[in-house]
Ligand binder design. Sequence first.
Ligand code: GDP
Ligand code: IMO
Ligand code: MG
Length: 432
Amino acid sequence: MKSVVAVGAQWGDEGKGKVVDYLAGSFDYIARVAGGHNAGHTVIIGKERHVLQLIPCGILRPKQHAIIGPGVVVDPSALVGEIEMLAKGGISVAGRLHISNRAHLIFPYHRELDKAAETARGTNKIGTTSRGIGPAYEDKMARRGLRMVDLLTPELFREKAARVVAEKNRIAQGAYGASIDFSADVEETLKLGEKIKSYICDTAELTNRALDEGKSVLFEGAQGTMLDIDHGTYPFVTSSSATSGGATTGMGVPPTKIRHVLGVSKAYTTRVGGGPFPTEMPDLEAKEVRERGKEFGAVTGRPRRCGWLDLAELRYAKMINGIDTLAITKLDVFDTQREIKIGVGYQYKGTELKEMPASAEEYERVTPVYKTLPGWCEKTYGLQDAAKLPKASLEYLRFVSDFLQVEIGMISTGPERDATIIQPGTLLARWL
Ligand code: GDP
Ligand code: IMO
Ligand code: MG
């Protein structure tokens, strides 16, 4: 059985889009299981640049199927926009896109509530993508969410929506002394539903059947381990399960059917939004890396915070996800870096920390312990062969691999599809 979860091992934007696109050619189904259009996955093929937010990158391959599982929250207008964007680029999703009938819907009022909640948090704001992700998952957990399946029977949809609107308005009246008019949202969503209803199906049946028939499935993670609702830097996290376990609940595929976990990490670390980030670089250094790595959000355009690779964080990500092979992206961004620092642990109040702090306040105050390695000051950009990598870059990678006790199966040396090195003899190489 060939089933692999590709998971972000840091705070998102690790280059999952690039890595999944590369591997997608060797899989039959590519599936998203969590998050929504807060994700932005960039794929560069020749001169074309695609940023996918909801539809898995596999859709860019000619024959692959793309699945949006029940764990995803879908904004129908974002989805229709993405389908139309792909169509303009000559990519048809017909017969290849499958959306779970159990996936929850994001309404325009979720976006409004997201923004209002951020404003109310003031200086403690999370820095969300303001796509309505948190409020939509809140409604799901409060058991008042509307789902894809509801779009299939408009009369029932209107009835259910009226009940939700009444409940929401009771809350809004209490909280803000005003009610909100959601009626336009309901009709607008039904109209969009007409455009997507042909893709709605039971994706757990589809995916399990595919695996039983010997087809291969690649789960495309969104966000990253440290943004996971349970394991991340709470409350500076997203509202879904961004770790490998999320693939089982977020699709309805049992853990026994998932064979491998691929962790994706940059050669350094970035984070968008608020929250602790122990190995964050001082402004000037961060600016250089940001410019070289073009570290601006694929969705919001916000400058990403930049820092050194944090092996204490990656060790934790390896444990939580069960990572058995790693893809290291953006090695080329260090091509002109004279010395490279690498976080190997944390100290808190002068003592070495053995575990990841659960409290964001404590994590904010840890001091990273660094090891400094020499840079290679040579071009790795675009390399496709590990034998051509400069010695110092191989030493950097070996240090990471030895520390984490995990193989590095893929090294990405540029944003383009073919700027990729596959390490022969690794687990990852066997999937191709
Ligand atoms: P994702 O959310 O994990 O898919 O990552 P994003 O697409 O949001 O951000 C990763 C950015 O890095 C994108 O702009 C990619 O085109 C770019 N990228 C990916 N891999 C590499 C690489 O190896 N080198 C360079 N220079 N850029 C890369
Ligand atoms: P991909 O899949 C990076 C961050 C936001 C914010 C926090 C909560 O492209 O890696 P949300 O809108 O989800 O409620 O925001 O999570 N965030 C991401 N950061 N990459 C992402 O996705 C992200 N999705 C959410 O910046 O800090
Ligand atoms: Mg991204």
